[in-house]
Design a protein around this ligand. Sequence first.
Ligand code: OXD
Ligand code: MN
Length: 589
Amino acid sequence: MLTKNQNVLKWVDEMIALCKPDQVLWIDGSEEQLDALRAEATATGEMYPLNPEKLPGCYLHRTLPNDVARVEDRTFICTTKEEDAGPINNWCSPAEMYAKLTPMYDGVMKGRTMYVIPYSMGPIGSPLAKVGVELTDSIYVVLNMAIMTRMGKDAFENLGDTSDDFVRGLHSKADIDPEKRYIVHFPEDNTIWSINSAYGGNVLLGKKCFALRIASYQGKNEGWMAEHMLILGIENPKGEVKYVAAAFPSACGKTNLAMLVPPEIYAKQGYKVWCVGDDIAWLKPGKDGRLYAINPENGFFGVAPGTNQKSNPNALASTRKGTIFTNVALNLDDDTVWWEGLDKNPPEHALDWTGKPWNGKTSEEKGAHPNSRFTAPAKNCPCVSPEFDNPQGVPISAMIFGGRRAKTAPLVYQSFDWKHGVFVGSTMASETTAAATGAVGVVRRDPMAMRPFCGYHMGDYFGHWLEMGEKLGDKAPKIFNVNWFRTDDEGHFIWPGFGDNMRVLMWILDRCEDKVDAVTTPIGFEPKPEDINTEGLSIGADVIADLLNVDPALWKEEAAGIREFYAQFGDRLPQELREQLDALEKRLG
Ligand code: OXD
Ligand code: MN
């Protein structure tokens, strides 16, 4: 036992009585204990140790083919009143859900060990950090949590002996039965129950479950924000660093932006980009009235396919030691890993992600699952911010929303003010790609990229954003929208993207410092084409003008789509947002 906190001890006892493990092991976070668990997982085949020279401290793990992704249709927000979960979440009453799941957990850990994992989301000692305890029967979960969080007995320091403010996470693999898989949140009880999965997003309860779903609910009640945002810093040649936070739906290049490599024109002047976080930001007003952000995580749980030396050298470098790979291909010649898009040299003598013999040169099948992952320590990242562990967080100058839109949204625009920015975020959308099942090019609305992650009514969430703006007043970050995905008539991307996205970030920072004028359009402030630096690119200001074009006919359609989307929120949609929509329609004429 690593704590005297009676609330923790009582709850752990209750869960032991329910799950009936053969043994209970408290995870202290020590290397000795982790090494013993790595050895055990290696002996049972749960983890496969990779080449100790090429990938020191790295392991491969495979999940069952029925268990490779988050399951939104089996994810629930259980609030006492149905209307508090809102129209976008799956809801069930806490009483009914506890009654359904309790028998499933009864005796589920017989013959197994229960690991008690204390962890901190955020730097230990940070006023923005929070404590969680996850109970699990999976060593894979323990070893991933050791990378993704500040795990071990120090996490209890923040809690003290009497506090009740910790998130109670209970996970069991059970039989990994997809029919009985549940990822359930009880925001009113600070509790998460996950059963019948062993895939990261469903079982690393500190991540989406706590740091977004439960934390968004806590943030609303406590005056802060939990957002699906990366955090990056841009350092100018004088050594001054400005920070931005940015939200994008899946498959929009969030991890790449978070670890951006500055293009030559900026690098040679001495600009640098620092990664504070790639997925989640917790934001709270600081003593000076500005909004400060921490990354509550301690590692990256990134999608492997497509990650390579060109697309994201920093992410790739992060995975070269102490990393757990899940569902990638194994090169049998040298015990290294491979995935689609890593390089043009797939191994011939390999096992695919399911463990079957696989020849990358001749096989039609994929070697790695499209959602295969790396769990890599943030400290490995060559551009990890020196402020990564700063308990106070970093001050945010701009918040950026974005999506994948072929024609509608311009390369970049700035909202007129905070309220308008909340409107822009609430109407965020992405067009579906061939990467997902279903029709291509369909607009999926994903407000603030929080659609699958908001732990309460989305209308109230918009209201909370508006309240935060009131609180921050003129210290509030400026809000922008970007779109890297405009296409020409042949469907080719016009904007080069990747590192060149920094050119847009530079305009954003100039706007935050009032260094550059803008053009007023019906949807917001846009750059003058010549204010986006195209030095060294093969495109000129005429192409930038195209990328900034706002088509009123398309935007009228867009406004109609927003009206339809808003309708589901009924009277919980803040009146201010309805007014914003009316005003947009009026400006469009
Ligand atoms: C993620 C996601 O895995 O957003 O980060 O789906
Ligand atoms: Mn994410």
